[in-house]
Design a protein around this ligand. Structure first.
Ligand code: SF4
Length: 319
């Protein structure tokens, strides 16, 4: 069977999706990047390579995420696209009429506005933790709770609390105050869900119309409390796709299939054996003009396979 693979490498997770000719998902994988993207890519590929039927032939590979250029170099991907494109492609595949995509991951979040299947506007937050999954992880740890239980407990709240959520420091001191005044854990968690959603809508979505149909994806979509908080704030249903936590990888796989169908030819994919190679990244500062660009290079078994980062493109070797 022919298949196309999407790889989404971010600072928190490394995800893989394998799809067939009809964009049907064959296999998915979600693992933690743990600050070591090369190792994460190799581990993820090794796991997927062992799991899938040996008759599956990978005909094209796409990468996305903040480490998309690095992962393209390592696996020999045919195409590398931004997270905005990959998430929009995946969401509109499952919901062709989607108007608004809300995506909240571990350390970044984004909103994408669509019209007739085309991205018309977007915004991302990669700086402030208060609108991302790490905000919830941090507060769950403070309350000695498993993050998996966060949403279910939040929905047991009998009253609504207003928690200042515009940054983790304010939220923490407000939470302590609310605990001291006798509010239940459920009420505090529900308040935190509302705070994250308020922060997301007021900052990331500022000035944008969030029209339905609305799709909510990314790891935080597993938290039922956040889904309900979005529905309350926006006054409409918020849909969560089945593969909510690997939508970027699915989008990259769809883009790889489209790319290979348009370009023809053979994939550049090095095969699942990339796990056996030694990779090393190095960087240097180009001193050929006042821009002083940081140039990154990737070596495979000591041999240069990719280089990027210069503004003028003079060092560029990719793919
Ligand atoms: S890579 Fe190009 S733009 Fe950057 S410092 Fe060197 S010469 Fe200048």
């Amino acid at each position: 069977m022919d298949a196309y693979m999407g790889i989404d490498v971010g600072s928190v997770s490394t995800n893989i999706a394998l799809i067939d000719d009809d964009n049907k998902v064959i296999e998915t994988l979600y693992i933690r990047t743990k600050g070591r993207p090369i190792e994460a890519i190799q581990n993820a590929l090794q796991t997927v390579g062992k799991k899938i039927d040996p008759s599956i032939v990978v005909k094209g590979v796409g990468t996305t995420g903040s480490a998309r250029t690095l992962s393209q170099a390592i696996v020999g991907a045919d195409v590398a696209k931004t997270e905005i494109t990959a998430h929009a492609v995946a969401a509109s595949h499952y919901h062709p009429n989607v108007r608004t995509i809300l995506e909240i991951g571990g350390q970044d979040s984004k909103v994408i506005i669509m019209e007739d299947g085309v991205v018309t506007d977007f915004a991302m937050n990669t700086v402030c933790a208060a609108g991302t999954g790490s905000f919830l992880d941090h507060q769950a740890a403070r309350l000695e709770l498993k993050i998996e239980d966060f949403g279910d407990i939040a929905l047991q709240a009998k009253a609504r609390l207003n928690i200042a959520g515009r940054c983790t420091v304010f939220a923490e001191s407000d939470m302590i105050h609310k605990q001291q005044t006798g509010h239940s854990k459920a009420e505090i968690l529900r308040g935190l869900c509302d705070a994250l959603v308020r922060n997301f809508i007021n900052n990331i979505c500022k000035g944008k119309r969030l029209d339905p149909p609305i799709i909510f994806q990314g790891g935080v979509a597993a938290n039922k409390g956040i889904k309900v908080a979005f529905e309350d704030a926006l006054g409409c249903e918020v849909e969560i796709p089945k593969h909510y936590n690997v939508m970027g990888a699915i989008g990259a796989a769809i883009l790889a299939r489209e790319h290979m169908e348009q370009q023809g030819g053979k994939t550049e994919f090095r095969g699942f054996e990339v796990t056996n190679f030694d990779y090393e990244t190095k960087s240097f500062e180009c001193e050929d003009c006042s821009n002083m660009c940081e140039v990154i290079k990737v070596l495979m078994n000591g041999e240069l396979i990719a280089r990027w980062g210069g503004r003028c493109g003079k060092w560029e070797i990719t793919g």
